[in-house]
Write a protein that binds this ligand. Sequence first.
Ligand SMILES: [Fe+2]
Length: 203
Amino acid sequence: MHEFFPTHVYTSVLQRGGSRDLNRQLLNEGRQLRADDAAGRRWSAKNYRGGYTSYGSSHKLHRMSPTFQDLERRLKRHVKAFAEAVDWDLTDRELAMTDCWLNIMSRYAVHGLHLHPLSTLSGTYYVQVPAGSPGIKFEDPRLDRYMAAPPRSGHARPKNRPWVTLPVVAGQVVLFESWLRHEVASHPTAAERVSVSFNYNWF
Ligand SMILES: [Fe+2]
């Protein structure tokens, strides 16, 4: 049996030795941003109920803050590893970060199924993930072509399932192609789930 056309999801710790100091700094700046960003809080109340995201207001944090710029620098080797795994030819082209924004999920916040249009590579870095907090759930991009496929057995291997949830922890990076739909289920605990998401583009 050949297996063609795989869907790649990359995951790794950001750096060996942990990211405690970076995470503390990102958390402090993130909470300060939420306090200062009235436009973002309004946008979130409409589009991200129960949570705060700077997606609609401050979505170039890597250009605004040395801490987020530092995160961008540390992500570079991971982005390179992804590009190598999928055999992208980036000769004379740079896969550059175009957007970088913060997400804070409070209790019962949900991040509905979506993809990232107008981008090539997307991903998330996890700053704080309380125990019991959901992972990131991916949907098979061929779902609308299955037509008469039978349901999967309860023991189906992850590669054959139409949805896969990847557990996440603080200090972890996840990367995937921007067309891959994903969601985060309802966050059940009072402690906040904090992450930084980003897009890369090559043109
Ligand atoms: Fe997303």
